[in-house]
Design a protein around this ligand. Structure first.
Ligand SMILES: C[S@@+](CC[C@H](N)C(=O)[O-])C[C@H]1O[C@@H](n2cnc3c(N)ncnc32)[C@H](O)[C@@H]1O
Length: 268
């Protein structure tokens, strides 16, 4: 088992398969569930945005969207359990056949309230699948940690109403979020990020503060997934201790936990 710099097991190999089966089959035994726990919070945020800004069809940017997981949950009202069953290997055997089945689903299960989803991810394969399947309306294949968006990518990022993420802050930092905000020509999209407790959110919050945001942390913790094994447990507990985060009653019992940070413009 290879650990990354944060002490977490490296799952990079599951992000770039041509279809979602590898992803869901690797994460199911780990009980990965944060998108499911995030769903009602994202729904609430979208509803509040719709009402406050009177936008009929908000444009959501999902950072680190992978195979369009949050879009599948929010736009097509799927659950993580349904996705785990859907891609468990017992269904269609080829990418083309999986796509055909997913297109049927995305065409027939429309959202009760219209919503547009753009996915930003470093994985071209995951984005291509999610777009062809109809989970994502648009995609930005970029690593904004490393580079500024190209003019074409800026155009796709512009006009975002809400920025969301699950399981991605850590890979992605204030560098990406700042570049997303700077692509908006002065507007500040609302944000909702589920962030593992091992990743300090302070630098992100400071950067957002400098851009005109106020951030609140919701006073609740959310199970993300189980540790992949004792090595990862040791690595993560060491990281949490170094960051002065008390793991008793939480990570010490075998699960990684996330917290929810909501950022909105200070002056509206
Ligand atoms: C743990 S997965 C989370 C996927 C999805 N949000 C979910 O909760 O199921 C992390 C995702 O972040 C993407 N990622 C990693 N580094 C990135 C970067 N620098 N910019 C954009 N996406 C990145 C990976 O390709 C992967 O799809």
């Amino acid at each position: 088992m290879r650990l990354d710099a944060s002490g977490k097991v490296s799952l990079d190999h599951i992000y770039t398969a041509p279809d979602p089966r590898t992803y869901f089959q690797a994460l199911r035994p780990l009980g990965y569930r944060v998108p499911q726990l995030a769903k009602p919070w994202f729904e609430k945020t979208v509803k509040e945005y719709r009402e406050a800004e009177r936008v009929a069809e908000p444009r959501v940017l999902d950072i680190g969207c992978s195979y369009g997981v949050n879009a599948a949950l929010l736009k097509h009202d799927l659950t993580m359990d349904e996705l785990y069953d859907r891609y468990d290997g017992s269904g269609p055997g080829s990418r083309a056949a999986l796509l055909e089945r997913d297109r049927d689903l995305t065409r027939s299960r429309r959202p009760a309230h219209p919503l547009r989803f753009t996915g930003l991810d470093a994985s071209a394969e995951a984005l291509a699948y999610a777009h062809e399947a109809g989970f994502l309306d648009d995609t930005v294949n970029a690593d904004l940690e490393a580079d500024d968006p190209t003019p074409a990518q800026r155009d796709r990022l512009a006009g975002t109403d809400l920025v969301i993420s699950t399981g991605c802050i850590g890979y992605v930092t204030e560098r990406t979020l700042t570049r997303v905000v700077r692509a908006q020509d002065g507007r500040l999209p609302w944000m909702a990020h589920f962030v593992l407790r091992m990743f300090p959110f302070g630098p992100v919050e400071d950067a957002l503060d400098g851009l005109g945001y106020r951030t609140v942390r919701i006073d609740e913790v959310f199970r993300q997934r189980r540790f992949a094994g004792p090595e990862e447990r040791r690595g993560v507990l060491a990281g949490l201790a170094a960051a002065d985060v008390d793991a008793s009653g939480l990570e010490e019992d075998g699960w990684l936990y996330a917290q929810l940070y909501l950022s909105r413009p200070r002056h509206r």
